[in-house]
Design a protein around this ligand. Structure first.
Ligand SMILES: [Zn+2]
Ligand SMILES: [Zn+2]
Ligand SMILES: [Zn+2]
Length: 322
């Protein structure tokens, strides 16, 4: 067990760097809790950037199998920091956190954001310390991390899925609309195999939604090689075992309607990044409405394990019949 209160910031930062999805909870949770408590005790404070940096660095762990208390503490602290910092006046037209939304997938922990010190390790990006440590930028990173850990738990994330995800949507759209322009055998086999071993909630949900959007096609006579539905069956079965035990918080009828494969195909890839989820949420007015307003359709139902279990069962049935 790490004696966190007696570590310097440099020692803590080094410990954060070693936390990843595969870290054991008894090693990671104390670091997360320490960092979250320090942020929560002064979420708008002058050192908030340090603690936000810590939680962003550890978000790969937090997006996979964190202890429940650590996850809750991290999310509460990130939400509090975002709230306290986002509306500070500043003179910048833009901030580094939003500079690469067209490439930013869920791995927000992987990049060099400079939040710890105000300086980037590599001089390629935006090296302006004022913009890096600007409260608005710190708030931006807090929101990105919160959205990766708990998709759709925060608003005001810049909308726009990564370019690569848009290109996947286009390719798959040809298939679900029944005029593919790439070989559907190859595309569907690749899709079935693309899930990483420790996906974020958004990536896992997106994978299962895409599999459902395309299963009718894979089960039809258009696909002549039985290896394709077999690969999808295998992929979906494996994905179901990765669903978390977050309880369903939705009422009757609040799980999404899944009758339109073209819509599902789009959602399937938009679910896999912060910018994609924000793009999807625009359809529901998230860009114009404030937080805490009444939600007609809870968007977090798209990542609800109970919903995804049912969706996967439907997918598996369709693939088995075909
Ligand atoms: Zn500081
Ligand atoms: Zn600023
Ligand atoms: Zn649910």
């Amino acid at each position: 067990m790490i004696d966190t209160p007696h570590l310097t910031i440099a020692q803590l930062a080094d410990a954060w760097q070693h936390i990843c999805a595969a870290s054991p909870a008894d090693k990671a949770d104390p670091l997360v809790l320490d960092c979250a408590h320090r942020l929560a005790s002064d979420p708008g404070g002058e050192h908030a950037h340090v603690w936000v940096s810590g939680l962003v660095t550890m978000s790969g762990y937090l997006a996979w199998r964190p202890g429940q208390t650590a996850e809750r503490a991290a999310l509460d602290a990130l939400h509090a920091a975002a709230k306290a910092l986002a509306d500070r006046p500043c003179s910048h037209d833009s901030h580094p956190y939003e500079a690469e939304m067209d490439a930013l997938e869920d791995e927000v922990w992987a990049g060099d954001n400079g939040l710890l010190t105000g300086e980037l390790a590599s001089p390629d990006g935006d090296t302006d310390t004022g913009r890096i440590l600007c409260p608005v930028n710190v708030a931006g990173w807090a929101r990105l991390a919160a959205d990766v850990i708990a998709p759709f738990s925060v608003r005001r994330i810049p909308a726009g899925a990564p370019r690569y995800h848009h290109s996947c949507i286009r390719t798959l759209s040809g298939i679900v609309n029944d005029y593919p322009y790439c070989d559907p055998h190859d595309v569907l086999t690749d899709e079935a195999a693309c899930l990483p071993p420790q996906p974020t909630r958004g990536v896992l949900a997106g994978y299962l939604v895409t599999m459902n959007a395309t299963c009718w096609y894979a089960a039809s006579e258009r696909i002549t090689d039985p290896a394709v539905p077999a690969a999808m069956l295998k992929g979906v079965r494996a994905a179901v075992t990765l669903l978390s035990d977050h309880p369903c918080t939705h009422g009757p009828g609040e799980h999404p309607d899944t009758n339109d494969p073209d819509h599902l195909n789009r959602v399937g890839y938009l679910l896999r990044s912060p910018g994609g989820r924000a793009e999807f949420a625009e359809d529901y007015g998230w860009d114009v409405e404030d937080e805490d307003e009444y939600e007609e359709e809870p968007l977090d139902a798209w990542v609800c394990p109970a919903f995804l279990h049912d969706l996967a069962d439907e997918t598996l049935d369709a693939l088995k019949v075909g």
